[in-house]
Design a protein around this ligand. Sequence first.
Ligand code: FE
Length: 363
Amino acid sequence: MKHADLHRLYPKILGYAAVSVLVTGLIVSPWGNTARATDDENSVNLYSYRQAFLIDPLLDAFTEQTGIKVNTVFVKKGMLERLKAEGRNSDADMVLSADIGRLHDMVTAGVLQGVSSDKLNKNIPSQFRHPEGLWYGLTLRARIIFASKDRTQPGEVLSLADLAKPALQGRVCTRSGKHVYNVSLIASVIANEGIDQTRQWLTGLRDNLARKPQGNDRAQAKAISEGVCDYAIANTYYMGKMVTNTLKPEQQQWAAGIRIIFPDQDGHGTHVNISGAAITKSAKHRDNAIALLEFLSDTHAQEIYAEQNFEYPVKPDVTLHPLVSSWGKFKADTINLDKVAQHRITASKLVDETAFDLGPQND
Ligand code: FE
């Protein structure tokens, strides 16, 4: 039945309702978990890579404070492909994601729009937001070095460069060099040291590996506890997740044997990455999305958001979780993450070029 026929059959208001039901019913998504298009002015639609336990309490508080309803689609993977496929018809107003790499890929694909506000600029230090407001960091994680308490000496490793020293042969573990966390880390080394030095470092690090890169960050802590390696590269919050893991108490044991090293304190500072948010180009509730972004950058939300996952708040002077605070103060690299992200493709190429994921090649 055509729309015109409907209008003839029903009174006008009923007709519009029927058309809208018909159209909504026709939306078919290859991803299954589909957000219903909402014409509710007083709402905002969110696509989130971040898990419900992290953000639901905050979103509820936002709705309570503003009356703006948040419709969230939790996405496990393929968010960028989804945004590209949906194009300007996408329901998404805002995205939440972790790692600058994923946000930068969305910038490159042209699915985001720049926004700015005094509040965002005040709450979020400039290195953790895009120069044109295409993304904003909301929580921070340092990519650090886990060291075996039993088998390492304080001072032996103080920098990422130290992990490539010949004395560490067979003593280092890491996940794949192609993982988004490591690509961003390597990109930060390129931004600070240049391509040639990074290639040299990556080759040295590869030859110091105890095994082929594998597993996630926590698997490296396990490897240290099993004596496979003495040093590993990992994000700070995993330390918190392991220490407090009552469901898998063996992880508490892994963490108990580990000392944390914030690398490069005498140089440019430790590489710090973000979880962040961005407004989509297709946003139909742009003002509501900016309001949500501002809410998440404010002190109250910052405390809760960072604490849930043992991350650092992006807003300076917000209280840290006691456990996070116990790791001590450190100097973070102040280079803008947008600059770092611009080296990600080169970083990824260097990982291939050095056959990093094949492990050591010095035997
Ligand atoms: Fe993670």
